[in-house]
Each structure stands twice: as C-alpha cells, then as structure tokens.
Design a protein around this ligand. Structure first.
Ligand code: XMP
Ligand code: MG
Length: 183
C-alpha cells in the first residue's frame, strides 16, 4: 500500500514519534530512580507493545531483563471481548523480580486487570504497569498505572505497534483510524 493510501485511512495524528520518544525518556528516568538496586524485569505484552518495549528499554541506561507474554482479547474487530486467552506464557519464574508490565494501551482495562490477577500469585517482588496510551472514557475497570504516556480520546487508534487486523503497526505516529476502514 502506498503512503497516500495509508494516509487516507487515518484521520488525526494524536501522538507523534517525537512526543513518544520524549515521554519514554522521562518515564525511563523515573523508572531508573524508582528501581535503583532492584532486579527489574520488563514484561512486554505482544504484539502491540513491541515498539514501546524496544524504545523504552533503550532509554534505560541500567541492566534489565525482558520477557514477553502474548494474550488476546480482541479478534480483528475494534471492541474488547473481555475474554482473555494466553497464547504465549512467560519463560521467567517471577520469584525475586520486580515486574514492570509494558503495554501499548489501556482501553477497557479488562486485559490488564486479568493479567495483573494472573501475575499476582506468581511470586514477584512487585508488579507495576507502564502504558503508552490510555482511554479514560473507555474504562470498564480501573487500572493502577504507575507510568503513563498519554491519555487519548475514546477512538480506535493505530500505529507505533497498534494494529487494525495486523496492519498499520509500523506507522511511526499514533493516529485515529478512519471509520470507513472498519465500518
Ligand atoms: P483493553 O480494552 O482490554 O484493551 O484495555 C487491551 C488491548 O486491546 C487492544 N486495543 C487497541 N488496539 N487500537 C488498537 O490497535 C485501539 O484503539 C485499541 N484499544 C485496545 C490493544 O492490544 C490492547 O493491549
Ligand atoms: Mg496489546
């Protein structure tokens, strides 16, 4: 698909690549100071968090471990089903680790609330959440997100890891997907 065709699928750019990098740098500085002297394990939630994880981790100047979990609560549609399925579990035993879950977006909050409950009994020293984006108007459950990038309106967004039917993940900015694409 050519650039001009992709552009016609998007309405508004909500967060630019530059804004994302500036924010991730600030969050990394905060995380470094909060976790000084502690074993830190970043857990990325596949696949949407791949870009956030890669860029956030490289803003850190300290050593971290990384693991990945794949869950699905969405099909190819744009609304949360609330039903979460583990497609790939962690490889790491969480005992002795301070866990920071790295997510692309908190929409209804159902996925993270399920994940937090799933992690609670696995013996981690602590569990916190970093999310690049959050839609406050879409919340069905409150998620205690210690490190947040941006609050955005209740619109379906793509780019920077976020997809619609596996497309648009490689866009550098986060933009609203034009309704004609999924209508
Ligand atoms: P919930 O509703 O459980 O959503 O907080 C969690 C997961 O759903 C995906 N999601 C989106 N993906 N644009 C996307 O491309 C969106 O606007 C959007 N909202 C939710 C995402 O994978 C997230 O982790
Ligand atoms: Mg996700």
């Amino acid at each position: 698909m050519r650039a001009a065709d992709i552009a016609s699928d998007l309405t508004t750019v909500l967060v630019t690549e530059e804004q994302i990098h500036e924010k991730l740098g600030q969050l990394a500085a905060q995380v470094e100071s909060d976790y000084e002297g502690k074993n830190l394990l970043l857990v990325g939630v596949l696949k949407g968090a791949v870009m956030v994880m890669a860029d956030f981790a490289r803003h850190l100047t300290r050593d971290v471990a990384m693991d990945w979990m794949a869950v699905s609560s969405y099909g190819s549609g744009t609304k949360s089903s609330g039903v979460v399925q583990i497609r790939k579990d962690l490889d790491t035993d969480l005992h002795g680790w301070h866990v920071l879950i790295v997510e692309d977006i908190i929409d209804s909050g159902l996925t993270l609330s399920w994940l937090l409950e799933n992690f609670a009994s696995r013996g981690a020293e602590s569990i916190e959440v970093l999310a690049l984006l959050r839609k406050p108007e879409a919340a069905k459950v409150e998620i205690d997100c210690r490190y947040l990038g941006f609050d955005i309106p209740n619109e379906f967004v793509v780019g920077y890891g976020l997809d619609y039917a596996e497309r648009y993940r490689n866009l550098r900015d986060v933009a609203i997907l034009a309704p004609h694409v999924y209508a």
